[in-house]
Design a protein around this ligand. Structure first.
Ligand code: AMP
Length: 219
């Protein structure tokens, strides 16, 4: 049975960090729509050029574009045996399209990472990513270079204070309704994201196991 995991949560909840960790541990791809868009911006593709202005304002890229990107990505061979989806869906329309994409596949396990608003603002204001490969870096190593590729660590263009506040507003208005959309499913769990990353990772693993068992899958 494929492990098709979907991470929900506001910006700064730690979705990217946990998704990456979990995907590496299980040998399945992490599909981050934010990373896909940032790569498109970096590569100056048509989608990238159009997405950049929207991302810089903290708003959402259109549903049709995002649904197309994810449909194509999830159909690739490496995602057929499972994946971790991070940053998608962000609207109910995207969630409903994803249900269509997943209709003949193993069910989604949905984990919502809950973090208080003040902690999100603090994290988003201080986090750094690698300019080259986009990997996030713990604040403690702020002056060092990227552990993965040696690139320079910088603040994300959309992590400045004004854009952070807009992204949180957009989250509450357009993405938070997804919690209600998925909560009714037996494969939904929520975890406390305001803990040390190792604790969050342990809770995530337990939540996934419980959600899988709830659906009748074992192991
Ligand atoms: P993230 O790295 O997930 O915080 O995404 C960064 C930005 O990319 C967001 O603020 C949006 O502008 C855009 N984005 C990423 N995923 C989506 C999505 N599923 N729908 C619409 N816009 C998205």
């Amino acid at each position: 049975m494929a492990l098709n995991l979907l991470m929900l949560g506001p910006p700064g909840a730690g979705k990217g960090t946990q998704a990456e960790r979990f995907a590496v541990a299980r040998g399945i791809p992490r599909v981050s729509t934010g990373d896909i868009l940032r790569e498109a911006v970096h590569a100056n593709t048509e989608i990238g050029l159009r997405a950049k202005a929207v991302m810089d304002r903290g708003e959402l890229v259109g549903d049709d574009v995002m649904i197309g990107i994810v449909r194509e990505r999830l159909e690739k061979q490496d995602a057929l045996g499972g994946f971790v989806l991070d940053g998608f869906p962000r609207t109910v329309a995207q969630a409903s399209a994803l249900d269509g994409i997943m209709s003949s596949r193993d069910p989604l396990i949905v984990v919502d990472i809950v973090v208080p608003e003040a902690e999100l603002v603090r994290r988003l204001g201080t986090r750094l990513i690698c300019e080259e490969c986009g990997t996030g870096a713990p604040v403690a190593v702020a002056s060092a270079s990227c552990a993965k590729c040696g690139g320079r660590l910088v603040q994300r263009a959309d992590d400045n204070q004004a854009v952070v506040l807009e992204r949180l507003k957009v989250y509450h208005r357009q993405s938070e309704p997804l919690v209600e959309y998925y909560r009714v499913r037996p494969t939904f769990r929520s975890i406390d994201g305001a803990q040390a990353p190792d604790r969050v990772a342990a809770d995530l693993a337990s939540a996934i196991e419980a959600a899988g068992n709830g659906h009748g899958a074992r192991g």
